[in-house]
Design a protein around this ligand. Structure first.
Ligand SMILES: [Zn+2]
Length: 63
């Protein structure tokens, strides 16, 4: 069983079908097969968040 399958629930309360989508569908929109509702597949962590880089130190330590 491949790990790269995501399961999303249809947001349509009258449907609520569990859809299995490939991880390649992240950030894209798929259509529910049950009710044709467009479902947005979230990315890895909502947004491509960059690791917080420390600001460049302006004050250099006096050698
Ligand atoms: Zn649906």
């Amino acid at each position: 069983m491949p790990d790269d399958t995501l399961r999303v629930m249809c947001p349509n309360l009258a449907c609520r079908k569990i859809l299995a989508v490939p991880s390649s569908a992240r950030g894209k929109t798929v259509r529910c097969r049950g009710c044709s509702t467009s479902i947005r597949i979230p990315g890895l962590k909502s947004e491509p968040a960059r690791p917080a880089e420390p600001p460049p130190t302006a004050a250099k330590p006096a050698a």
